[in-house]
Write a protein of this length. Structure first.
Length: 476
């Protein structure tokens, strides 16, 4: 099973589990670790993760609620009290603070489960008193979690591919759909789209055409409403975890050529020895020889024709080239935006090194796109935290300044860099420029803004007579 297929299955599966009101545990073995999703009557009631950094104790350390020694002391308590209750009992958190932190952590687990490839998926039926013991219960706001998680998904192209590969799927909406979703932050466009949904079953392509929304946004709306019982699959095979198994053997890509056993592999290329030509080489023989050695693509020069005959063809060709370049630029911009959003998400988790890596990849793909300024600025800000990256931080800030010369933030950060290194004049110059562009920017009190460049004293060129006079006048 290919990687896109593994990623696209979970959002639709959540809608299926919700619609069928399933009770059980969804086991996900993913590229970064193992996660467990617990369901009761189609509601997600608990999430557990074995991924490094997604345990509650590690999360609280990142949030500066606990230190390492306090965490070890809490884990050493063998009283049988749950870890979250121990936090409240010891006075480290109130019950509300504990629940707020647990909600944020579980939403991160769910979002990571959506974005990481699934290597193997299992479903274990369970009921109350079994694996879904009351000890696992936590007051998850299911509707809020589903809405926020699906809105944060960077891309849903895989979900679009799933819907297109299942053309028989049809969804219908319950009556009073709009009233049932009034507690969610619907935009006017979403509210308008909901008016098209009703008892008449509609497919994905039909909804895209009716709503006028892009495919990914339509797919986002479908999986969100499906997981919230706002849509029900009325036609087509319901998604099931049983359809998603780990392949026993790797799949060989169909485009890889397999040579017969009798065919020997080509010899490695030998250095070409040029000799003085004795006769004119045959072009056809040379082409045949190259084709026999390596599979290359041979392009012949196009015949020259009169402009009156080929003008329309050349114009069409130019238009296609322009269109292809515009599509490539749009694709690069989307990829850079996806990386930037992912970097911002990792930054919330204090995963700075991964954030820097994603930002560097974003500006490499599209160094001057719609999100390039924000990426360069954030990259410069993060690099400033490492003294070994001062020069790289300055490069990022100068790139941001080049994209937006009228923005004051790059000047303020460059002023901070110069101030750290003790260059008072350069620091004052950059801070003054930052205030001119954005008077609301804060300036550290210890910065001397009155520093000016000292005028250079140009001494006259010494002459023989001045040199002689200096013997009597030491001031010369």
């Amino acid at each position: 099973m290919t990687e896109p297929r593994t990623r696209q299955f979970l959002p639709a599966l959540m809608g299926s589990l919700r619609q069928e009101a399933q009770n059980g545990v969804l086991f996900l073995e993913q590229s970064d670790g193992i996660r467990y999703l617990y369901w009761v009557s189609g509601n997600l009631v608990y999430l557990k993760s074995e991924v490094a950094g997604e345990q509650f104790g590690n999360y609280l350390i990142r949030q500066s609620v606990l230190d390492w020694d306090a965490l070890q002391e809490l884990l050493a308590d063998k009283s049988g009290i749950r870890f979250g209750d121990r936090l409240v009992k010891w006075g480290l958190l109130t019950e509300k603070e504990r629940d707020d932190h647990l909600y944020i952590l579980m939403r991160q687990i769910l979002l990571n489960a959506m974005e990481h490839p699934i290597l193997e998926m299992k479903w274990n039926d369970a009921s109350l008193g079994g694996d879904l013991d009351l000890d696992l219960y936590f007051p998850i706001d299911y509707r809020r979690m589903v809405w926020e998680t699906f809105q944060d998904l960077a891309t849903l192209s895989d979900v679009c591919d799933l819907f297109k590969s299942s053309p028989d799927w049809r969804w219908e909406a319950p009556p009073e759909l709009l009233d049932s979703l009034k507690d969610l932050p619907l935009t006017p466009q979403m509210a308008y789209v909901l008016t098209f949904l009703g008892k008449d079953p509609l497919g994905f392509e039909t909804l895209v055409a009716l709503t006028g929304m892009k495919e990914e946004e339509t797919a986002r709306l479908i999986v969100t409403l499906w997981a919230l019982s706002g849509l029900n699959l009325s036609k087509g095979e319901m998604p099931s975890p049983a359809r998603h198994r780990k392949p026993n053997q790797p799949i060989t890509p169909p485009m890889v050529p397999i040579l017969p056993a009798s065919v020997a592999p080509p010899n490695p290329m030998k250095p070409k020895v040029e000799a003085a030509p004795t006769r004119t080489p045959d072009p056809l023989a040379k082409i045949q020889q190259q084709a026999a050695q390596t599979p290359v693509r041979i392009e012949f020069d196009k015949p020259t024709v009169a402009p009156t005959v080929n003008a329309g063809i050349e114009l069409d060709h130019l238009e296609s080239v322009v269109q292809e370049s515009e599509e490539e630029a749009a694709s690069a911009d989307r990829s850079a935006l996806k990386l930037y959003k992912r970097a911002k998400y990792l930054l919330i988790q204090d995963r700075t090194s991964e954030t820097v890596r994603l930002l560097e990849e974003s500006v490499r793909i599209d160094p001057e796109g719609s999100v390039a300024y924000d990426s360069w600025l954030l990259l410069g800000r993060l690099r400033m935290a490492n003294p070994a990256w001062i020069l790289r931080a300055m490069d990022a800030l100068q790139a941001a300044n080049k994209l937006r010369p009228t923005a004051g933030e790059p000047f303020a950060l460059m002023g901070e860099l110069y101030h750290r290194k003790g260059f008072k004049l350069e620091a004052a110059q950059n801070y003054r420029r930052a205030i001119e562009l954005n008077p609301s920017l804060p300036i550290p009190q210890e910065v001397d803004m009155t520093v000016e460049a000292e005028p250079k004293v140009i001494k006259p060129k010494p002459t023989f007579w001045r040199h002689v006079m200096s013997w009597w006048d030491p001031s010369e």
